[in-house]
Ligand binder design. Structure first.
Ligand SMILES: [Zn+2]
Ligand SMILES: [Zn+2]
Length: 160
């Protein structure tokens, strides 16, 4: 698992970063996110690997309700995350916005969530608070088309 490309789709000069040199550093607590986009990407990767504790800890406590780390893990495990696309991001001194599309596969369909997430900087950490959501879109995946995850493989040999 360590040597795979990071699910967050972070690229340097068009080359995807490996998980161990990208979001894993944050997931292990060895680094902290330096800006909202980095936190957002690491949260997507945490959903991809079903790391409920990280998902829990990186959302501001006033916004996550009573959801436990275990509940975040279970809901992440129930979803086959496929692709992240960051559209734009911005930050002021202590707040930030990231607009993105996150896609997952259910049966033969690709479902895409479109969200603008809000972040705040508090006590030295960027934290997710909440987001504005666009209506979810869905499209059927042709088994012979290139997989939406971007692997270059046909969908039937990859995520489908
Ligand atoms: Zn990453
Ligand atoms: Zn795939």
């Amino acid at each position: 698992m360590k040597n795979i490309d990071c699910p967050c789709d972070n690229k340097v000069k068009n080359t995807p970063l490996k998980y161990e040199e990208c979001c894993q550093q944050l997931h292990l607590g060895k680094e902290v996110a330096l800006h909202p986009e980095q936190l957002m990407r690491s949260r997507y990767s945490a959903y991809f690997f079903a790391l409920g504790q990280y998902i829990h800890d990186t959302q501001h406590q006033d916004f996550r309700g009573n959801t436990t780390p275990e509940e975040f893990t279970q809901s992440a495990k129930a979803t086959r995350w496929c692709r992240l696309e960051v559209i734009s991001s911005s930050q002021q001194s202590a707040s930030g916005l990231v607009e993105f599309k996150a896609s997952f596969i259910d049966k033969d369909k690709l479902h895409t969530l479109h969200e603008v997430s809000n972040f705040i900087f508090e006590n030295g950490y960027w934290l997710y608070t909440d987001g504005q959501f666009q209506p979810k879109t869905s499209q059927k995946i042709n088994r012979n088309q290139p997989c939406p995850c971007g692997s270059g493989l046909k969908a039937k040999r990859c995520c489908l």
